[in-house]
Design a protein around this ligand. Structure first.
Ligand code: ADP
Ligand code: MG
Length: 489
C-alpha cells in the first residue's frame, strides 16, 4: 500500500499505528448433498441422521466428487473476477480429532480450483476500495463435538461431516475494523446473489478467521495473530479492534507479538490464546490417492460465466446512472437481490427517487422493526406503487400517505381502499380551504400584522394552521396560494 489513510490509524502511546488485516472465510456451499457423498445437508436435522458411510469413514468407502459443488465454486470464483484453474488437486490434510472420522480432511493445498481475484468494499464515507482475493479452494467440513449433553462424555454429530465448504482467502489488504466488516458484508452479498452460499452467519454457513497485525506506517508487516471462527460481522469488527489494541499495548510495553491462533470472546470483548505457532499442526498434506486431479472443460466454465446474474457493484452503478440515485441509496437497495427487484418493480413508471425514499425510509424501518426480510414484507411492491401513485396524482398529500402506509402495514389493505373508506382524499376544492383560511386570519390579528410588516416566514405557520383545520387533507400548494392572496389583500 503506497498511501496511508490517517483516519484509519489507531492511537498508541508512541504515536499512530496501522492495522493490517487478511481474512480467511469459510462459506458453506449451497447444495442439497455433500462434497463427496449423496448425504443430505439440511440445517437443524436430528443428529447423525444425514451421514453416509463415506461421511462416517467406513473402511473401503470411496469419495465421489459432487459436480454441483464444483460448479458452485467455479461460479463463486467467476463472481469474484478470479482466475479459474482448469486443473486442481484434492489433498489430504491430516490431523486427529474425534469429530473427524477419516483422520484427515479432504482439501486443496498447492493447486486450488480458484486463484487470484478481487472484491470492492464500500465504506461509510462514500469511498470504495479494492481488496485482493488470494484463492478459493474446496474442502470438507468436519463433524461437531457436543460437550454439554453428558457429564462425562463428548457426543459427536456427523451431520456436517463432508459438507462442502469454500475457503476464500483475502490478501492482507484491509486497514481497519470497518474495512474488515465491509469485506465480509460485500462477500456475503455476492455469495447470496450467486446462490452459492446462503451467508447465514448465525447457522455457521459463513465464518471468518481474522488475521491481524500492526505496524508503524511505512514499516514492514508485523507478526500476525489469527482469530478463529468469528461468526458475525459485528464480532469481526470488535475482534480486529481488540486484537490490534492488545498488540499495540504489548509492543509499546517492550513485548513482542508471537504468531498465535486466538479466540474472540464477545462477552469480554477480548481475544485469548488458543495455540501458538510451535503447537501448530503439521498437516502432512499429500494428494488424495482416492481422487483424480479435477479437470474442468473450458466450455463448461464459459457457460457458467454466461449464466451469472448482474452482481451488486454493477447493479449499484446502474441504479446511480439509470435512476439518478445517490451511491449510498443505490448501495443499500442493491445489497440484496430481492430488495433490488422490489425496488425496480416500484420504480417502474414512477419517480425513481420517490420510490427509493419510500423503500429506504418507511418500508425498511417497518421491516427492521418487525425483523422481516423483504420477501416477507407486509406491503407488496405493487401495493407500495399504488400508494405512490395516489400522491403523484394529488389524491392524497405526502403527510396523509404516511398514515395510509401505516394502515397498509397493519391491515394488508390497498392504499386506494383505505383512502376511499376513510375519505382521505385531498381537498383541492377551494371552498373549504378558503373558509378555514378566513377563520385563521380572523382569529390571529397579531400574526397577520407581523406578516404584513414583512415577516414572510410566517406563511408557514398559517399553512400549518389551515392544514390542521382540514385534518391534513388540504392540498398544501392550494393552501399556500389562497393564504398569500388573502394576506396581501
Ligand atoms: P497460512 O497459510 O499460514 O494461514 P497465509 O500466508 O496463507 O498463511 O495467510 C493467511 C491469511 O493471513 C491471509 O488472509 C493473509 O492475507 C493474512 N495475512 C498474512 N500476513 C499477514 C499479516 N502480516 N498481517 C495480517 N494478515 C496477514
Ligand atoms: Mg490459515
Amino acid at each position: 500500500m503506497a498511501t496511508v489513510n490517517e483516519e484509519r490509524l489507531m492511537d498508541g502511546k508512541t504515536g499512530k499505528w496501522e492495522i493490517v488485516i487478511g481474512l480467511e472465510v469459510h462459506a458453506q456451499v449451497t447444495s442439497n448433498s455433500k462434497l463427496f457423498s449423496g448425504a443430505a445437508t439440511a440445517f437443524g436435522a436430528e443428529p447423525n441422521s444425514q451421514v453416509s458411510l463415506v461421511d462416517a469413514a467406513m473402511p473401503g468407502m470411496l469419495p465421489v466428487i459432487n459436480k454441483y459443488c464444483v460448479e458452485q465454486a467455479v461460479r463463486t470464483g467467476l463472481g469474484l473476477e478470479a482466475q479459474i484453474n482448469l486443473v486442481s488437486v484434492f489433498d489430504r490434510k491430516n490431523y486427529f480429532y474425534p469429530d473427524l472420522p477419516q483422520g484427515y480432511q479432504i482439501s486443496q493445498f498447492t493447486q486450488p480450483i480458484v486463484g487470484k481475484g478481487k472484491l470492492t468494499i464500500d465504506l461509510a464515507d462514500g469511498t470504495s476500495r479494492e481488496i485482493g482475493i488470494t484463492r478459493l479452494h474446496l474442502e470438507q467440513d468436519a463433524g461437531k463435538s457436543i460437550h454439554d449433553l453428558h457429564p462425562k462424555m463428548t457426543m459427536i454429530d456427523l451431520n456436517r461431516s463432508g459438507v462442502a465448504l469454500m475457503e476464500i482467502v483475502s490478501e492482507p489488504d484491509m486497514r481497519s475494523a470497518e474495512e474488515a466488516g465491509a469485506y465480509v458484508k460485500k462477500l456475503r452479498s455476492i455469495l447470496r446473489y450467486l446462490g452459492t452460499c446462503d451467508g447465514n452467519m448465525e447457522e455457521g454457513s459463513l465464518r471468518a478467521d481474522v488475521n491481524v497485525s500492526v505496524r508503524k506506517p511505512g514499516e514492514r508487516f508485523g507478526t500476525r495473530c489469527e482469530i478463529k471462527n468469528v461468526n458475525s460481522i459485528r464480532f469481526v469488527q470488535q475482534a480486529v479492534e481488540a486484537e490490534a489494541r492488545r498488540q499495540i499495548d504489548l509492543i509499546e510495553e517492550g513485548g513482542e507479538v508471537k504468531q498465535q491462533t486466538r479466540l474472540f470472546d464477545p462477552t469480554r470483548g477480548e481475544t485469548r490464546p488458543m495455540r501458538s505457532k510451535e503447537e501448530a499442526h503439521d498437516y502432512r498434506y499429500f494428494p488424495d490417492p482416492d481422487l483424480l486431479p479435477l479437470e474442468l472443460d473450458p466450455t463448461w466454465v464459459e457457460n457458467i460465466k454466461q449464466g451469472l446474474p448482474e452482481l451488486p457493484d454493477v447493479k449499484k452503478a446502474r441504479f446511480v446512472s439509470d435512476y439518478g440515485l445517490s451511491p449510498y441509496d443505490a448501495g443499500v437497495l442493491s445489497a440484496d437481490m430481492a430488495s433490488a427487484a422490489f425496488y425496480e418493480t416500484v420504480a417502474k413508471g414512477r419517480d425513481p427517487k420517490i420510490a427509493s425514499n419510500w423503500l429506504t425510509g418507511e418500508l425498511f424501518a417497518v421491516l427492521n422493526k418487525q425483523n422481516l426480510t423483504i420477501e416477507q414484507s407486509p406491503v407488496s411492491a405493487g401495493a407500495l406503487g399504488g400508494l405512490i401513485d395516489l400522491i403523484a396524482d394529488n389524491t392524497i398529500s405526502g403527510r396523509i400517505a404516511k398514515d395510509v402506509f401505516a394502515e397498509m402495514v397493519e391491515t394488508g389493505k390497498l392504499a386506494k381502499d383505505i383512502v376511499a373508506a376513510k375519505g382521505l382524499q385531498q381537498i383541492t376544492d377551494t371552498g373549504p380551504i378558503e373558509a378555514a383560511a378566513d377563520q385563521i386570519i380572523a382569529s390571529s390579528p397579531d400574526n397577520v400584522a407581523k406578516y404584513k410588516a414583512g415577516n414572510e416566514k410566517l406563511i408557514g405557520w398559517f399553512v400549518g394552521q389551515v392544514m390542521k383545520a382540514t385534518g391534513g387533507k388540504a392540498n398544501p400548494g392550494v393552501v399556500n396560494e389562497i393564504l398569500k392572496k388573502k394576506l396581501s389583500a
